[in-house]
Design a protein around this ligand. Structure first.
Ligand code: PEP
Ligand code: CO
Length: 472
């Protein structure tokens, strides 16, 4: 496989398969190793999904965010499913990401980097290898790239062929995404056509309406000034991301490219390491350390400052700007005690990272009737607290990481329409974590712009120019 070639001394013993000598958590056990290798070889020969040029461009944008000149919006489904690879779902997903980015750009007076948790977000870590139901025990569902969710023995058997399908579905998703971004979204870009009925349910309705009106004016201004050119520029810029969990797959998509140093994961722009696989001696950290992509790391409440500093040293030994994004996911209960020591340690050590808040994964709860949910108020609380803690520590929160969908689902409680436990069964579609629906996501974007402004010493620099083209 091409991934095995070109191993040099400066790699410090790294190559795309060096993770194999370390313990790899959350991997399925395939019963046909030869088939697994054959599928990986097939994928290794296919054209890449993204280019090294795009990856470097994202790294530069993330370096800007680290310096306080941009803001990262990183969001999408907890997991994509093969069945959801359809035009409506993709359009809706882009719609919410794009419209949120306009709200954030307008409110924060900064360009927003849009990174979707999609076109490859097919693998999930599971707390247990097995699931037992009605006396029968089967392998857990690990995402569509591994097996199928139905509780039967055939569906739950990990099948390497699914890696090939995941690559193909990622390509289809990305192909349509690129077409939409290049051709514009038509009406979806214009605030006049956004679905904003929910605003009137909110106590902040007047403020929100004013923000939307200002964004609409900016669009009109752009049209008047530059015709399509201005708006096309604003619509550009979109990147993909997924948790690079299933290592045989990630290895197969890791390649060298002509005229550039090192190896790139060419299936996505921004791969991340999940919280459950961030052990410094583990296979995932080993795999990630040698990539040229910008990489992200989830950081939970049990991470100790010295462990985090060691991870930073391994993942970004040369302090490359834009290389490392730390996504903190503490939970409402833990953020106040868990986040400040980490920020202080990284600052004192003089390390440079992009700090991002994930207010979703530490706030998952189960209702008395057994439904997995998250409360909008807890999500909001964690975000606002993160902004305040960063302000107090003299560090900068440069982005948010959210699980959301453009659909009208009922998976998270609260929000302007005050969804209750009784509402949850009405449109609960997620097979994994509960997502903010379209309205809740848009409302959160509005609230983020308020939170950032209110921090006493938030390190964001003032906008370079009041012209709309500069702020969106
Ligand atoms: C996720 O992002 O879906 C996830 C599993 O997150 P974490 O690793 O932070 O728990
Ligand atoms: Co999730």
């Amino acid at each position: 496989m091409s991934s095995q070639q070109g191993h040099t001394r400066e790699d410090g013993g790294w190559n795309p398969s060096s993770w194999r000598s370390r313990p790899a958590l959350h991997q399925p056990s395939y019963d046909d190793g030869a088939k697994l290798d054959a599928v990986a070889r097939r994928i290794g020969k296919l054209p890449p999904l993204v280019t090294s040029g795009e990856i470097q461009e994202l790294k530069r944008a993330l370096a800007d965010a680290q310096e306080g000149r941009r803001f990262l919006l990183h969001g999408g489904d907890c997991a994509e499913s093969f069945g959801d690879c359809d035009a409506d779902t993709i359009v809706n997903r882009l719609k919410v990401l794009f419209q949120m980015s306009l709200i954030l750009g307008h409110g924060l007076k900064q360009p927003v980097i849009r990174v979707g948790r999609f076109a490859g977000q097919y693998a999930k870590p599971r707390s247990s290898d097995k699931e037992t139901l009605g006396g029968e025990t089967l392998p857990s569902f690990r995402g569509d790239i591994v097996n199928a969710p139905e509780f039967d023995a055939v569906a739950r058997q990990p099948d390497p062929e699914r890696m090939f399908q995941a690559y193909a579905f990622s390509a289809l998703t990305l192909n349509f995404t690129r077409a939409l971004f290049e051709g514009g979204f038509g009406d979806l870009r214009h605030p006049e056509y956004w679905q904003l009925d929910w605003i009137d349910q909110s106590p902040r309705a007047i403020e929100y309406r004013k923000a939307v009106e200002e964004i609409a004016n900016s669009w009109r201004f752009l049209h008047t000034l530059g015709g399509q050119m201005g708006t096309e520029r604003v619509s550009a810029g979109f990147y993909t991301s997924h948790e690079a969990l299933l290592l045989p797959f990630e290895e197969a998509v890791t390649r060298r490219v002509p005229h550039r140093r090192g190896c790139f994961n060419l299936s996505t722009h921004l791969p991340w390491i999940g919280m459950r696989t961030s052990d410094i001696g583990g296979a995932h950290v080993e795999y990630f350390r040698g990539l040229q992509n910008p990489v992200a790391l989830k950081v939970g409440p049990s991470t100790k400052p010295n462990e985090l500093l060691q991870l930073i040293e391994v993942l970004n030994p040369h302090e490359e700007p834009g290389r490392l994004t730390l996504i903190t996911r503490m939970g409402r209960k833990h953020i106040a005690e868990a986040l400040p020591p980490l920020l202080a340690a990284v600052r004192r050590a003089g390390r440079h990272v992009l700090w991002v808040a994930d207010p979703m994964h530490g706030n998952t709860e189960t209702t008395p009737t057994g439904i997995k949910t998250r409360h909008f108020d807890n999500i909001r609380y964690e975000l606002e607290t993160a902004f305040q803690i960063h302000a107090a520590e003299g560090t900068r929160l440069g982005g948010v990481h959210l699980e959301m969908t453009g659909e009208d689902v009922t998976e998270c409680l609260g929000g302007a329409r005050s969804l209750t436990e009784q509402d949850l069964p009405r449109a609960y579609k997620s097979a994994v974590d509960p997502r903010l629906n379209y309205e809740q996501a848009m409302e959160l974007a509005m609230l983020i712009t308020k939170a950032d402004r209110s921090g006493p010493t938030v390190g964001a620099r003032p906008a370079a120019s009041p012209r709309p083209v500069a702020v969106i």
